[in-house]
Write a protein that binds this ligand. Structure first.
Ligand code: PMP
Length: 307
């Protein structure tokens, strides 16, 4: 792996990239006991701004709470660390990866100390599912792997261990020539992509799986619901059957890394007209205008790095 930044914030200090290390017996390496966030900063006319930073850090602390993990910093301190990491690396557009993990606390499943190590890394990261995909749409499949059932592991926590499920879903899809895999929930309804939430458009109405469909309640999903309602679209959060993807007028996936990606085929069945549909394009443009500071930020979602 190549070096992705000059420095990384690690337990309260800015350290050179290769010094941000942990012990091989770290609990998280063995049992997946980490919680993390993926956040993007965009260059705006007023300098770099992190989109919904406070909301992401709230979710990080919520994830830690579910697993009784103690983050030895306040949310304000982690927010400041995120901005500082961008500044220290001189980034304008960046992907931020704050994460808390159980480190050298012993190999017992339930260690005495639940005090986490806390790290914030930043890197430059282009379009997650490809630049071309944002314009042309991507080809996806429904995975043979289902998403976690609600009484197995909590999908509202963005925890390291959950991403074994995501690796199975996306790995299978990529090996079969697709860009991404979509998982069904334990009841067979649509859940989410390996790292994205889903929106189906039919007759001008937007449908998205509800939080009971074993999804991560994504902040991009929330942003898109807001932007769609603001433009007068009806948005329904309700169970969606797999075949609704094949019969959709438009289908798109959203996430911080993926942004807003049109889907042009599912399981080799063309969706709608086989490209980026008009409502997808409208919401994609609205999303990019918002995150890049080119639209009215009425919710104060842009958090400027140099303030
Ligand atoms: N679902 C999963 C499994 C994810 O990993 C992500 C990416 N964080 C999302 C949904 C989208 O969440 P967000 O919009 O908050 O990035």
């Amino acid at each position: 792996m190549t070096q992705t930044s000059e420095v990384i914030w690690h337990n309260g200090e800015m350290v050179p990239y290769f010094q941000a290390t942990t012990h091989v017996l770290s609990h998280a390496l063995h049992y997946g006991s980490s919680v993390f966030e993926g956040i993007r900063a965009y260059d705006t006319p007023n300098g770099p701004a992190v989109f919904r930073l406070t909301d992401h850090i709230q979710r990080l602390f919520d994830s830690a709470k579910i697993y009784r993990m103690e983050i030895p910093f306040t949310q304000e301190e982690v927010i400041a660390a995120c901005k500082e990491t961008i500044r220290a690396n001189d980034f304008t557009n960046a992907y931020l990866r704050p994460f808390a993990f159980l480190g050298h606390v012993g190999l017992g499943l339930n260690p005495k100390s639940h005090r986490a190590d806390m790290t914030v890394a930043a890197m430059e990261w282009g379009a997650y599912l490809g630049e071309e995909g944002l314009a042309q749409g991507v080809d996806v499949c429904v995975s043979s792997w289902s998403r976690l059932a609600p009484n197995t592991m909590p999908t509202a926590a963005k925890a390291g261990g959950n991403y074994l499920s995501s690796q199975l879903i996306s790995g299978e899809a990529k090996r079969n020539g697709y860009v991404e895999g979509i998982a069904l929930d334990v009841n067979g309804y649509l859940s989410e992509g390996a790292g994205e939430n889903l929106f189906v458009v039919k007759k001008g109405v937007l449908y998205t799986p509800p939080t009971t469909a074993c999804i991560l309640p994504g902040l991009t999903r929330d942003t898109i619901i807001h932007l769609a309602k603001k433009r007068g679209y009806e948005v329904r959060e309700e169970p969606i059957a797999r075949e609704a993807l094949y019969l959709a007028d438009e289908f798109f996936m959203v996430g911080t890394a993926a942004e807003v990606v049109p889907v042009r085929s599912v399981d080799k069945i063309t969706v709608g007209n086989g490209g980026r549909g008009p409502i997808t394009e409208e919401l994609q443009q609205a999303y990019f205008a918002l995150v890049k500071g080119q639209a009215d930020d009425e919710n104060g979602w842009l958090e400027y790095v140099n303030e």
